[in-house]
Design a protein around this ligand. Structure first.
Ligand code: MN
Length: 392
């Protein structure tokens, strides 16, 4: 690299801090593997000698049941192995730094996604531009929302969906399945579908809870009920099983648990397993990897959807920075974490309007962390944040 240019743009990383926080949700959220009442985050604060602080966030699906990753394990990996990789380096060399992280730690994609998020935040702030300007520019400033319905009884879910419809929050609903016995689960889903079909778009997410024979038995009734998209019915490794379902049934399938890396994307595409990819920064190691996966999807004629782990406004902003730059995002997104949370970690939360989420356009990720909220919700209240005045 040209030395003059390098010296001119050098923004050295001086300190990396990781903070565990727990924020309550507005209601319980039922996955096949977890009953979430709150969401835990690992907030990553990367300080630089230029006075710019980058903010990153790691979120999981309510613990390690989803991928093995947990915010506690991610904190240990970052603190023990990755902080030393970053200190003293030029924060704006995102690709170079992630390569260095990959040399020291294999996998641990959630940890890397959180670090890369903070580095992109620094990159954007250093140029006073939103991150999407570094990803090819925004194609859109709003993205339609799908609201997840994750309560145990149909009546509560129907009530919630009607409120979201009436309030202009969402006219698409993703029914979370897999936490009840199959027949109870089907009854609940069909009851919800009956109440909403014709008024809203309806999808389901099995979180890999079914076997192939269970899927073959019950998918016809779901199609008849108006379900338009089926997310991850089978185990993450079962690419060929998904391909058989995709061949047999006239309803699109979406990969979520099955899709983390670019290699997963290629395998799913080559097997003809699904028609839609759920993109999530966390599970794939960050923005850059998701750009690759979106390119693979495009090359194979596969649609994309913006998936989430109920991120706060921080992680949601990062997802939006990427989502704004995709050439198309035909299934919209479920970037609703800030609406599910009873509180948030930023001064201004992500905005929602007209059944859509709005892309932030302030520098970096486009959010400003609320240090008082961070102090209030942090799990370890005894540690004191660095006194260096950050530019957030
Ligand atoms: Mn899912």
């Amino acid at each position: 690299m040209d030395t003059t240019l390098n010296e001119k743009r050098d923004i050295k990383i001086s300190k990396v801090q990781t903070v565990l926080v727990d924020i309550p949700g507005i209601r319980a959220h039922q996955h096949s593997g977890a009953d979430m009442r709150h969401q835990s985050y690992l907030i990553i604060l990367i300080q630089t000698d230029a006075g710019i602080m980058g903010i990153g966030e790691v979120a999981t699906a309510g613990g390690p049941w989803w991928s093995g990753d947990s915010v506690e394990a991610v904190k240990m990996v970052i603190d023990t192995y990755l902080v030393n990789v970053l200190i003293g380096e030029n924060a704006t060399q995102t690709v170079h730094l992630m390569k260095k992280c990959n040399e020291v730690v294999v996998g641990n994609l959630f940890a890397k996604a959180g670090i890369e998020m903070a580095l992109y935040d620094i990159l954007g702030k250093s140029a006073s531009r939103p991150v999407h300007d570094f990803l090819g520019g925004a194609c859109r400033n709003t993205i339609p929302i799908t609201w997840p319905l994750g309560q145990k009884d149909a009546a509560s879910d129907i009530q919630e969906a009607k409120e979201k419809l009436a309030n202009g929050v969402s006219r698409s609903f993703k029914i979370k399945m897999g936490s009840l016995p199959v027949l109870d689960d089907m009854r609940r889903t069909l009851d919800i579908a009956k109440a909403l079909v014709g008024k809203a778009q309806l999808r389901i997410d099995l979180n890999a809870a079914w076997t192939e024979t269970t899927a073959q038995k019950h998918i016809p009734a779901l199609i008849d009920a108006g379900i338009e998209l089926i997310e991850q019915p089978l185990e993450r490794w079962n690419h060929l099983g998904h391909a058989r379902l995709a061949q047999r049934f006239n309803v699109p399938l979406m990969a979520d648990e099955s899709l983390a890396t670019q290699h997963d994307a290629l395998s799913l595409a080559n097997c003809g397993s699904v028609q839609v990819f759920a993109l999530k920064l966390m599970k794939s190691g960050g923005i850059s990897a998701n750009k690759d996966i979106a390119a693979i999807a495009s090359a194979f004629g596969i649609d994309v959807f913006g998936g989430c782990f109920l991120e706060s406004s921080i992680g949601t902003a990062a997802n939006l920075q990427l989502g704004a730059t995709l050439s198309s995002i035909p299934w919209g997104s479920e970037w609703i974490g800030p609406l599910w949370l009873a509180d948030d970690l930023t001064i201004e939360p992500i905005r929602y309007a007209n059944y859509s989420v709005c892309v932030p356009d302030a520098p970096g990720l486009g959010i400003t962390i609320d240090v008082d909220k961070l102090a209030f919700y942090r799990r370890d209240k005894n540690l004191v944040l660095s006194s260096a005045a950050p530019i957030c």
